[in-house]
Design a protein. Structure first.
Length: 583
């Protein structure tokens, strides 16, 4: 149980000094604790928890605030009381040895009061005063007042003695609790204590639809503002826990930091961000659509970030969840061993709605998680109406937002219709809503996921096929054809057909490329042949041209020499002409 070790302090607006009880949640409801140096009446039916409230007030005062206390019992003997509260972890024997508390049993004999006809509490005052002074007590409990006044029928004397008792307690400067049993037409059997007390707290133990629920209400608190609603409280092996969450003021701090969903494709649909830290998420869908797998994936990625996750399971046991998630590549057992993951598993019918809320609240306070998962909230409808479940979730979300804890709910919808008792009752409360629906086509069942809303974040409006594989969770890209969006085997067949067409098309293109290459080679061969033929013809033509030119030159030279010879030039020689021409 969480302990508050801060010192008693006065309430700023009224100046009334208050003493902290140390009971989880009660000091928040009373805005500081019980009125110091004044009597408080705790009343209720048998079994409502009056004695446990009182004894914890004494024990917490001694342990947490160094305020010794006296517990005076008129009904249970000290040994019986010690045994009864040992289950809460309170060692009253040790506290008595340390002189931090004193337990005194006073036997009231009604016959003696009836025989004398007188009633005087002077002897009780002496005994109580001695007990207070012996340990310097700051706190006192009288349990129960009915046994003290059971033999007194005179209302005048009764009122006078009650006033004397309360004045005596005030004179001793102690903060006192007096317990009383519930009356038929009044809060107590005498109906007088409630008027004399400065603070009156009513405890109630109800059975509704075979479900037990304990509630607390502050009937009055003189000179101080206080919570006026009914507050559920839980009694377990750590004591009493009261749920103080009733303030629904919309003034909580928000964060712009985002955390991954654990599914990269889903983060991409959420603008590559994931969910806002401290936000609330709802994952709803029909049975078998993978809601728990999505929640487990969120828990897994949280633990991988070295952050804490608290998983409330209302349908499956932790071992079932760990085994099932191992089949899709998630080892939650490793996170459980490392201390980053904790499970809280119970059937909804274990408590009423309010008691579940108290238990959840207490577990969160104790574990201090970064992420909380409730799977599934639909089961809570078996123990309460839609409006009651919604009220419970409003309180829970309000508390988690104040603590900046991200929460994911899962909910079951029926027959592919958004069920009024789940989604419509919760979806307006959450910041993000993931809807997983069955897609039945071609004789098979597939899953489609889309984001119904995500406050403050741009998100995709596409319906993506949600697949669960051995390697985890994934979302397929949208495959849109002239026949609509294809999923499952229809998608695979269409992809195979397209891949086959692409292969055939590639082969056809390759064949044409090879034919072009062959034709190119043939043409290039023909061009080479024609080029060779052209060069041969060109060479032959050049040969004839050279011979003709040579002949023409020789003949020209011969004619020139012959002309010179006729003119009497005797240096003519046919050999020279030839040599000259050769040159």
């Amino acid at each position: 149980m969480a302990k508050n070790t801060s010192k008693p302090k006065s309430e700023p607006m009224t100046g009334i000094s208050k003493t902290r009880t140390g009971i989880s949640g009660l000091d928040e409801i009373t805005l500081g604790g019980l009125p110091s140096n004044r009597p408080t009446l705790i009343c209720g039916e048998a079994g409502s928890g009056k004695t446990l409230f009182s004894i914890e007030f004494i024990v917490r005062g001694a342990l947490d605030y160094n305020e010794p206390g006296v517990f005076m019992a008129f009904e249970e003997k000290a040994e019986e009381l010690k045994v009864n509260v040992a289950s809460l972890g309170f060692d009253l024997d040790q506290l008595e040895k340390d002189k931090k508390i004193r337990i005194d049993y006073v036997h009231i004999d009604r016959s003696e009061i009836e025989e004398t006809g007188e009633y005087d509490l002077e002897g009780l005052f002496i005994r109580l005063g001695y007990a207070i002074d012996s340990i310097g007590a700051k706190r006192v409990v009288l349990d129960t007042i009915e046994n003290l006044f059971s033999g007194l029928n005179n209302d005048g004397i009764l009122r006078s003695e009650i006033r004397r008792l309360f004045q005596f307690l005030k004179s001793k400067g102690v903060t006192a609790i007096i317990t009383g049993e519930r009356g038929e037409k009044s809060l107590t059997r005498q109906g007088l204590e409630e008027y004399v007390s400065d603070c009156v707290i009513l405890l109630d133990h109800r059975i509704i639809n075979q479900i037990s629920t304990r509630r607390l209400r502050i009937v009055k608190y003189r000179g101080s503002v206080h919570g006026t609603n009914e507050y559920p409280f839980l009694i377990d092996n750590e004591g009493i826990s009261v749920l103080p969450v009733t303030s629904l003021e919309l003034n909580k701090e928000v964060s712009s930091k985002c955390v991954s969903s654990g599914i990269p494709a889903l983060d991409k649909m959420l603008g590559h961000k994931g969910f806002y830290k401290g936000s609330s998420i709802l994952a709803s869908g029909t049975a078998g659509t993978g809601k728990t797998s999505i929640a487990a994936s969120f828990a897994n990625v949280t633990c991988l970030r070295k952050e804490k996750c608290l998983f409330f399971a209302f349908e499956e046991s932790p071992k079932q969840i760990i085994r099932n998630m191992r089949s899709i590549g998630m080892d939650l057992q490793a996170h459980l061993d490392s201390g980053y993951l904790s499970f809280y598993a119970s059937r909804p019918t274990l408590y009423g709605l309010e008691m579940h809320l108290v238990a959840i609240h207490k577990a969160i306070r104790k574990f201090k998680p970064d992420v909380v998962i409730l799977d599934p909230i639909t089961n809570l409808i078996t123990i309460g109406s839609v409006s009651e479940v919604k009220t419970m979730l409003v309180r829970l979300i309000d508390f988690l937002q104040a603590e900046q804890i991200t929460v994911m709910f899962t909910a079951l919808t029926l027959n592919n219709i958004v069920n009024e008792q789940t989604d419509e009752g919760v979806s307006s409360l959450v910041d993000a809503w993931l809807l997983i629906r069955d897609i039945e086509n071609n004789g098979e069942r597939n899953r489609g996921l889309y984001i119904m809303k995500s406050r403050g974040m741009k998100h995709s409006n596409q319906v993506r096929e949600f697949v669960i594989t051995d390697g985890g969770l994934d979302l397929e890209d949208v495959f849109l054809t002239e026949d609509g969006v294809l999923t499952g085997s229809a998608r695979a067949a269409r992809l195979l057909l397209e891949q086959t067409g692409e292969v055939i098309h590639a082969q056809a293109i390759s064949r044409k490329d090879r034919e072009l290459i062959r034709k190119k080679k043939v043409l290039e061969s023909k061009i080479d042949s024609l080029r060779s033929e052209f060069e041969s013809v060109e060479e032959e033509l050049n040969k004839v041209y050279v011979e003709e030119a040579l002949k023409k030159q020789i003949m020209g030279d011969t004619l020139s020499k012959m002309t010179d010879l006729r003119r009497g030039n005797t240096g003519f020689s046919s050999k020279k002409i030839v040599k000259k021409n050769k040159k």
